[in-house]
Structures are given as C-alpha cells and as structure tokens.
Design a binder for this molecule. Sequence first.
Ligand code: PMP
Length: 369
Amino acid sequence: MTALPTRLLELIRPDVRQMAAYHVQDAHGMVKLDVMENPYHLPPQLRQQLGAVLAQVALNRYPTPDYQRLKQKIAERLGVPPGYPLILGNGSDELISLLALACAQKDADGRAARVLSPAPSFVMYAMSAQIAGLEFTGVPLQADFTLDMPAMLAAIAREQPALVYLSYPNNPTGNLFADSDIEAILQACAGRSLVVLDEAYQPFAQVSWMERLPQYPHMLVMRTVSKLGLAGIRLGYMSGHPDLLAQLEKLRPPFNVNVLTEAAANFALDHLSLFDIQAAAICQAREQLAQQIAAWPGVQVFPSAANFLLVRVADSERVFQHMLQHKVLIKNVGKMHTLLSNCLRITIGAPEENQAMLAALKAALDSLN
Ligand code: PMP
C-alpha cells in the first residue's frame, strides 16, 4: 500500500505520533505467565450453564445503559458500602482513562492538572495522563518498594495533583503499602485531590479500602474482574462519592459494557465461591514458589500479596530470553524503572505451568554461571 500523505498523518497530534503503542508480547505456544491472568477455566458443567445463559442474551439489543442489576449484585457481593454507587468500565483501564479525561483542565496560569503515583507502578496511570494532556509525576518508592513518605507528601504539596493513584497491591512490585502511609496520603489530599485505590489484585490480598469509603469523600476504590479469572470479558468497576460518580458517568460511553460481558459477570457473581477457591490455590502456590525460588543462589524474591512474584536475578534479559527458549513467557521489567533493575515479573499459573516455569528459571539461572 502507498504511504499515507504526510498532511493527513499530521492531523494526528504530534505527541500521539511519537508514542509507542501498548506492547503485548506474542504468547503463541507459550506457557503464558506474563500478564497476571488466572490460569483456571470454569469447570465443564459451569461452562455449559454459562453457554445456555449467553445463548439467551438479546444480541440485537443495546445494553440497558444503567446496568442496575449487575451493579446491585457487585455491590452486594463484593462489599460496596450501602448507598455508594458504582461506575462500570470496559476493563478498569477504561475507568483510568475516564478519570484522566474528567480531570484534564488547565489552571489559571495555564498549567495542566497533575496525576501522581508512586513509581514504579501500573503504566496506565502515566499513559492515560499523557493522552489526556495531563502532567504525570512518579514518586520513586524506596528500594524495598515501600512508600517514600517524605517524598510522597512533598510531591503532593508541590504538585497539588488532581489525581493520586495507589495500586494496592502494587503492580509490578506485588506489595501492599502500609495502611498508616495510605492514611497519611489521604489526609494530605483531603479536600483538594482525588485518591484512587486501585485494587486490581484484591482477590489475592484479601484486604481492601472499599469499606472505608464513607470516611473519605475524596477516595475512589477501583477494581477489576480480570485477575479474578475473567480478563477476557473486560469489566472494571469503581465506587466513590455519588457526586463524583455522577460527573464521571457523563463521560462514560453509554453502552461501554456489552451484553455478553454483563451476562457473564452476572453469572460469575453467582459462583463467586469458585473464584475464591481458585484465588486461594493461587496464593498457596505463590508462597510455595516464593520459598523454592528464594532458596536458589543469586535470586531475590520480593514479598507479594498479588498473583505474581517479582524476582531479581543477575541478568534479567538473559534469564528472560533463556526462559522464552523453554517456551515460558514471563515479563522482564528490568528496564521499566531503575528500582526494578534486573527484575522479572512472574505470574502464578496452574501447577503444571508453575513446574515448567521453575524448570526453565532454574536452567536459565544455571546458564548464567
Ligand atoms: N490496575 C492494575 C494495577 C493493573 O495491573 C491492571 C492490569 N494489569 C489494571 C488496573 C487493568 O486491568 P483491566 O483493564 O484488565 O481491568
């Protein structure tokens, strides 16, 4: 095909033209342990039942845009405090984009609103800010991945951010920030900044700020069903003060959650205990793997409350490539941030996947010596 005329390309914003697209690694034929999916399928009987449910869905109709039934079920079964509304997203990624869009304004001096998060953390906080024309500040964590509180509080005071993101547990480090630190951040932000607790990995951490929503009118709690075992249906949800959610609702595309997702999520919420059992198995495997890997020389394993482990090796790129040759796909995060130098992020899989991962990792580590 002939190249598009430059003048047409120049209709696209220069900063967008310079951006790299979100990269997803090719996983074909691989033991896939790169993006924190739940390795387990629904049991065959439930899959059949779900099939029957989905077959009844009216594909010819738009979704009813208030998603009342699904929201009510989420609220009841996933611990949303009474009276607190929900907004649904096509994945929590979409909710992060909506938040950036909602806060994208300039102050009286022409300076763009700011988004702040600890660094390293989930890349979409910075990306969504950039796309919406907001400034992003990443405040480096300490070497043990706890919050650098003097630096966080100074940055909040200096930047007066519109949005502060706290990934709880944090991706890609896996740890939970201390309650007292989060509380101090909430206090510093009271009345002036929105604080988003991103609880994507909550099914594995079993702790949450959701029930504390009534204490903090400027707090939003965001979650996803992706890590629970439903990454393919793309559903995120967020709760917070009704006045805030009413504003965000105006920006949400009216039919952003499709009817198949809505029906599948409704079904899944009736079988939550199954997902809880899977999450418990994943947590147990995480602890076993952490112990096994930590016993090997030349590896550091960081504590994780999520469905992945962060490990540091002598040469993350060589280990990553070696594991790839063994058909095990993990994520090399060594170049993401200086604090992650030579770190690999490994999703916890099913037992046979974990065994393949362990064998490939051991072989890779041995090859370094
Ligand atoms: N938040 C965090 C911390 C994540 O790690 C991810 C995905 N990796 C998301 C949000 C987005 O999840 P989803 O769009 O699948 O709901």
